[in-house]
Design a binder for this molecule. Structure first.
Ligand code: 0WD
Length: 263
C-alpha cells in the first residue's frame, strides 16, 4: 500500500464525477487516512456519502476565496489531526462568461482576477495555512491543464490561471523543499466533470482529444487518482516541482497518426 500511515486532506470533491473523487478512491485503496473540505453547505450533501465510502468522517467547510474560511478550516482540522502529510488542491473556477468566445473580447479585469485568485492563489494560501501542521516528507498536489502552455478554444483566461498555477507549483516546491515537503501538479486530459461543463463545447474537446492522443482515448479519474497516489507517496520522494501529464499522451503528439498513415 503506497500511502499507509499517511493523512491526506482532499479539496474540491464536488460529486462522484470530480477528479478529486478518483484521487480519494485511489488514496483510500492505498491505505491513506483522508479528510475533506467542501466549498459550502450545498456541496456537503454530495460529499457525505462519498467520504463515508472512503472511510472518512472529517468534513470541513472551506471557501478558498476567503482567508478567514481557510484559517477556520485548518483550526477545525487541527482538532482531528495535530499533524498531517499533505493535501490535494483540486479547485478551479472562472466566471462562465469568460469561458466562451474570443479571448480578447470576453476577458475582463474582474474575470481575470477571480480566475487567478480561486484557481492559483488558493494553492499558495492552502500551503501557507497548512505549513505549521505538515509532517516532514509531506506532499502537496494540484491539478492543471494543457491550456497553461498551449491555446485551447474557449479555455481563455483559465489558461492564464493554469500557467500561474504551474509556476506556483515550482515556486512552492523551491520554497518548501528545505522542510522536505514536495509540491507537484498533474496535468490531466479533459474529463467530463461539473467544472468542465462550464467550458463551451467541451464535448467536442473530448472527441478531438481521442482522435489525436497516442492511446486513442481520453483518461479516467481513476487514472489521475493512481498517479496522484504515487506522487503523494514516498515512492516519489525524488520528484518535486514537476508537472506530470496524465492525458493518454495527447500533449506529446502534434498530429493524429491515423490521418497521415492511412492516406
Ligand atoms: O477536464 C477536466 N475536468 C480537467 C480538470 C482537466 C485538467 C484539470 N482539471 C482541473 C480543474 O481545473 C480543477 O482545478 O481539476 C480540478 C478539479 O476539477 P474537476 O474535478 O474537473 O471539477 P469539479 O468536480 O467541478 O470540482 C471543482 C471544484 C468545484 O466544484 P464546482 O463545479 O461546484 O465549482 O472546485 C471547488 C468546487 O467544489 N471550488 C471551490 N472550493 C473551495 N472554494 C471554490 C472555492 N471558492 N471554487 C470552486
Amino acid at each position: 500500500m503506497l500511502l499507509k500511515d499517511k493523512k491526506i486532506l482532499i479539496t474540491g470533491l464536488a460529486n462522484k464525477y470530480s477528479i478529486a473523487a478518483g484521487i480519494a478512491s485511489a488514496m483510500h485503496r492505498e491505505g491513506a487516512e483522508l479528510a475533506f473540505t467542501y466549498q459550502n453547505e450545498r456541496l456537503l450533501k454530495n460529499l457525505e456519502p462519498l467520504a463515508k465510502e472512503y472511510g472518512s468522517d472529517i468534513l470541513i467547510e472551506c471557501d478558498v476565496a476567503s482567508d478567514e474560511s481557510i484559517d477556520q478550516s485548518f483550526l477545525e482540522l487541527s482538532k482531528k489531526w495535530a499533524k498531517f502529510d499533505g493535501f490535494v488542491h483540486s479547485i478551479g473556477f472562472a466566471p462562465s462568461d469568460q469561458l466562451e468566445g474570443n479571448f480578447v473580447d470576453v476577458t475582463t479585469r474582474e474575470g481575470f482576477q477571480i480566475a487567478h485568485d480561486i484557481s492559483s492563489y488558493s494553492f499558495t494560501a492552502l500551503a501557507k495555512a497548512s505549513k505549521p501542521m505538515l509532517n516532514e516528507k509531506s506532499a502537496l498536489l494540484t491539478l492543471t491543464y494543457l491550456g497553461a502552455i498551449q491555446t485551447i478554444p474557449n479555455y481563455n483566461v483559465m489558461g492564464l490561471a493554469k500557467a500561474s498555477l504551474e509556476a506556483n507549483t515550482r515556486f512552492l516546491a523551491a520554497s518548501m523543499g528545505a522542510d522536505n515537503i514536495r509540491v507537484n501538479a498533474i496535468s490531466a486530459g479533459p474529463i467530463k466533470t461539473l467544472a468542465a461543463s462550464g467550458v463551451k463545447n467541451f464535448r467536442k474537446m473530448l472527441s478531438q482529444h481521442s482522435s489525436r492522443a497516442p492511446l486513442g482515448r481520453t483518461v479516467t479519474t481513476e487514472e489521475v487518482g493512481n498517479a496522484a497516489a504515487f506522487l503523494c507517496s514516498d515512492y516519489a520522494s525524488g520528484i518535486t516541482g514537476e508537472i506530470t501529464y496524465v492525458d493518454a499522451g495527447f500533449n506529446t503528439a502534434a498530429m493524429p497518426l491515423t490521418e497521415i498513415v492511412d492516406s
